[in-house]
Design a protein around this ligand. Structure first.
Ligand code: SF4
Length: 223
C-alpha cells in the first residue's frame, strides 16, 4: 500500500453510535462546503499525521478496548486503498463505520459487494437538497449539467444506502436559516427514511471565513 497519512483519534465516544471507537480521518475531499471545520484535512494536510501502518498497529494494540473503527475525513471514498484498509480492520474483528458525503455511489456499491470490504455502518451527510449541491464545488463556472450530475449522485447514494440492509444514518447540519431555510430541511427529510439526524452548525473555524459571521444554530427538539 502506498504511504497514506491519517489523523487518528484513539478513543471516541461520539463517532460510532453505541460504541467506543477509534476514528481515522483521511485527507482530501471532493466538495468544498463553506462551513467545513475539517478544512485543514480538506485543503492542507496538517503535520501531526501518522502513516497507515502505525495507525493499524495502534488500533491492533488497543483492540480489546474498542468496539469499532470509524473511517472519516475529508472524504474516505476518494482513497483507492479504502477496500484494503477496511479489510485490514475487519481482519482484526472490529466493525467498520464509514462516514461519507455520498458523492461516489459507485465506490459505495463496490465496497458493499464483498463481505471483507463492506462497512458495518454507513453515515452519509446530506448537506443540502440534492439540486443545491452545485453550490459546494468551490467553483463558479460549473453549469446545469454538473448540477444535475451531482444531484443524481447524491440521490443514487441515498437510495443505495436505504436499500443496502446495512445499518446506517443520514445526517444534516442545521445551517443558518438565511442559507438553509426550513423548506430545505423538510426537502432533505423527505428523501431519507426517517433516520435523519440533525445537528447544530458551529461557527468560528469555517473553510470560508465569511461563514464565521454566523453564530451557531440550535436544533429544536423533535429533530
Ligand atoms: S464538510 Fe465534509 S464534505 Fe464538506 S468539504 Fe468538509 S470534509 Fe468535505
Amino acid at each position: 500500500m502506498r504511504e497514506i497519512k491519517v489523523a487518528l483519534r484513539k478513543t471516541s465516544l461520539v463517532d460510532y453510535p453505541g460504541k467506543v471507537a477509534a476514528a481515522l480521518f483521511f485527507c482530501g475531499c471532493n466538495l468544498r462546503c463553506p462551513w467545513c471545520y475539517n478544512w485543514e484535512l480538506v485543503t492542507v494536510p496538517p503535520e501531526n499525521l501518522i502513516g497507515m501502518d502505525e495507525a493499524f498497529a495502534l488500533i491492533r494494540k488497543r483492540k480489546h478496548l474498542l468496539g469499532g473503527v470509524v473511517l472519516s475525513g475529508g472524504e474516505p471514498t476518494l482513497l483507492g486503498e479504502l477496500p484494503e484498509i477496511i479489510a485490514e480492520i475487519k481482519s482484526m474483528e472490529l466493525p467498520v463505520k464509514l462516514d461519507t458525503n455520498g458523492m461516489l455511489p459507485d465506490v459505495l456499491k463496490k465496497l458493499c459487494e464483498n463481505e471483507n470490504t463492506r462497512p458495518d455502518f454507513i453515515a452519509m451527510d446530506i448537506k443540502l437538497p440534492p439540486e443545491r449541491y452545485i453550490e459546494l464545488t468551490g467553483r463558479k463556472d460549473d453549469g446545469p449539467d454538473k448540477a444535475r450530475e451531482m444531484a443524481d449522485k447524491i440521490r443514487e447514494s441515498i437510495a443505495f444506502i436505504r436499500e443496502s440492509g446495512i445499518e446506517h444514518e443520514f445526517r444534516s447540519l442545521l445551517l443558518p436559516a438565511s442559507y438553509f431555510p426550513p423548506k430545505d430541511l423538510e426537502s432533505v427529510k423527505s428523501i431519507t427514511d426517517g433516520t435523519l439526524k440533525v445537528r447544530a452548525f458551529r461557527g468560528g473555524n469555517c473553510l470560508d471565513e465569511t461563514w464565521n459571521r454566523y453564530t451557531s444554530t440550535h436544533v429544536p427538539s423533535g429533530n
